[in-house]
Design a protein. Sequence first.
Length: 245
Amino acid sequence: MVKSMPMPRSEKVTFAADGHILSGSLHLPAAPRPPIVIGSHGLYSSSQSPKQIHLARKCNELGIAYFRFDHRGCGDSQGSFESGISIAARCTDLACAAQSMLAMNKFSNNIGLFGSSMGGAASICAFSELKASAMVTFAAPLKNGPIIEALQQDGAIDPQINLNDVLFDLTNQLAGLKNILVFHGSADDVVPPSHAETLYTRASAPKELIIQSQGDHRMSDPAHQKTFVKKAAFWFNTHLRATHA
């Protein structure tokens, strides 16, 4: 983990998605109408991910707002885990989070997306709809069939869930992506690094791919987390500011 630091100042915000009340933490910089980054967590994670907390702090230092929220059935948000396992549900949550931020009329229209694992898939899925200006992903799966099947076999997901309701394949949705920074661990045993390579190859420039040597699916190496926070915040600062200008 990155060296422990005080939690960055934030305010709790709730919003609705498909009848569920979802909860998140909004980090505001001391800047008028800043751009904002929306953070989407992984399948079994929450908005309390250290990656997001440290990224929120760094973004605030650069004058960028950050909103990290719990998807339905996770953390402090309403709903069952099963109700939010599909890519459609995750994308709806993310879109509603972004819309709730813009409705505050506190921010510029420049939205950045950060997604980790399943949150990365949701960010890819929602990028065009939200007209996002920049995106950073970590360990984002482009297909989830083998992952879901493995989780079912391990008893981590109700075997009664219909796989056809939760399977996705995003490989045909990548050409419209741009201003994207892609992170992945070379030793990720959940989502193969080939997903990151395909994402990078098919996205449009500007783009960058960073494969972290011996990095795992959780980015547990403190050095990897430090590099990630620095580069991700710089990416957002560069591309959100450029679009704003």
